[in-house]
Design a protein around this ligand. Structure first.
Ligand code: MLT
Length: 393
């Protein structure tokens, strides 16, 4: 019997698990200390009332014989997919139809599962630093990874590398972990490069609802993208669904590679290995795209956006270099005093009780950097920034 030895190539534990263990140890040693968590990008505001009401209504329907639902449609309920398609068309101005959309339990699973469609003998371009899921899921399969260096010189937005071949390309904008956001011109260059390589862009749009400036929120705003891209999006950050679980993946119906239809392959994959998202969750998700539901989501997003502004102001006052925080809930800063990412993690926790995420956990180019999230409560964010100012002024 043989096991998948590619697992031996992975870090011993997932980044946020390692952070949690360290924080738990610190909390045990300092029970009096109030810890403020600005580490993992987990939301703190409750679901808006209209969305909770739809969730409850959906659950009640499941308890009555005439409204009960068994297995749902393969790609998700039309009432949800049609609303998402309208959101793409009217809010984002991207060319996406309900037929392209697959409902899932979140972007993380789909980002990993999509690899079932692609051969293991593919060259994969991945920015560094990056959301660890892209790296780990490819390592599990043993694919060739080529890292694209993101750094202060390129504003943490790497561009297509000259002379480099590629089959799969991961892009995330607004970016996790750096908060940097590609412009229309930059994404156009990526789409043109992908077409020239006959490659597929796997575009993570999980943070699109944080864009406030004239910047792309979907790869499908870019001409030509329907012929070379798959997009993953999630209600985790837009609507506070990290614990409720619902996302969507857009696979253009005409997208083909190597003589195969990727949309048909994904449908085949999902119908074989996945039985859909529960009916009440899809009812709640559909409410996100109503005027009342979206107003509730926007009110919560405004709290996080204000937190990002508060953090940015403090870092500016302290003279700390950073990127992000404007069209993103993440701020990516250079560790003060030239410390390594983990050394700063320890120092910050010790001095202030603030938990962040060490940049090196997102890749070698993240060494010496650190990520803070704006997803805390306003009170905690203000308290954290007060402590930061006291400790580093
Ligand atoms: C993060 O902190 O990077 C995110 O919470 C990860 C995720 O959304 O899975």
């Amino acid at each position: 019997m043989k096991v998948n030895h590619n697992y031996a190539q992975l870090e011993e534990s997932y980044l946020f698990q390692t952070v949690n263990h360290k924080v738990a140890e610190y909390a045990k040693a300092h029970p009096e200390r109030q810890i403020i968590r600005l580490g993992i990008g987990d939301v703190t505001q409750p679901l808006p009332a209209a969305i909770t009401a739809a969730f409850i209504e959906g659950a009640k329907e499941q308890g009555k014989p005439d409204t009960f639902h068994g297995y749902g449609p393969e790609q998700g309920y039309d009432f949800l997919r049609e609303k998402i398609a309208r959101y793409y068309q009217n809010e984002i101005h991207a060319e996406v139809s309900a037929g392209d959309i697959f409902i899932s339990d979140g972007a993380k699973s789909d980002v990993g599962n999509i690899l079932d469609l692609f051969d293991k003998d593919n060259t994969v371009l991945i920015p560094d630093p990056v959301y660890p899921v892209y790296v780990d899921t490819n390592r599990m399969d043993g694919r060739r990874l080529v890292f694209l260096q993101a750094n202060e010189e390129n504003g943490f937005l790497p561009m297509p590398p000259e002379g480099q071949e590629a089959d799969l390309i991961y892009l995330c904008s607004p970016n996790n972990p750096t908060g940097a956001c590609y412009t229309y011109e930059q994404l156009t260059a990526w789409v043109q490069y992908a077409i020239s390589q006959d490659a597929i862009i796997l575009f993570d749009a999980a943070y699109e609802s944080f864009v406030t400036e004239n910047l792309p929120r979907s790869i499908f705003e870019i001409p030509g993208a329907r012929g070379c891209a798959i997009e993953f999006c999630s209600l985790s950050k837009t609507a506070g669904f990290t614990g409720t679980r619902c996302g969507y993946t857009v696979v253009p119906q005409e997208l083909c590679r190597d003589g195969m239809h990727l949309h048909a392959m994904w449908l085949r994959r999902q119908t074989t290995k996945f039985n859909g998202v529960s009916y009440p969750v899809q009812r709640a998700a559909a409410e996100v795209f109503t005027p009342e539901g979206m107003a509730g989501c926007r009110a919560n997003l405004a709290i996080y956006q204000n937190n990002a502004r508060i953090i940015a102001e403090t870092l500016t006052k302290l003279g700390v270099w950073f990127v992000g925080g404007k069209n993103s809930p993440y701020l990516w800063l250079r560790c003060p005093g030239g410390l390594s990412s983990w050394a700063f993690f320890d120092e910050l926790l010790e001095k202030t009780g603030i938990v962040g995420t060490p940049g090196s956990g997102f890749g070698a180019c993240g060494e010496g950097y650190f990520r803070l999230t704006a997803f805390g409560s306003e009170a905690n964010t203000k308290e954290a920034m007060k402590r930061l100012e006291e400790a580093y002024a």
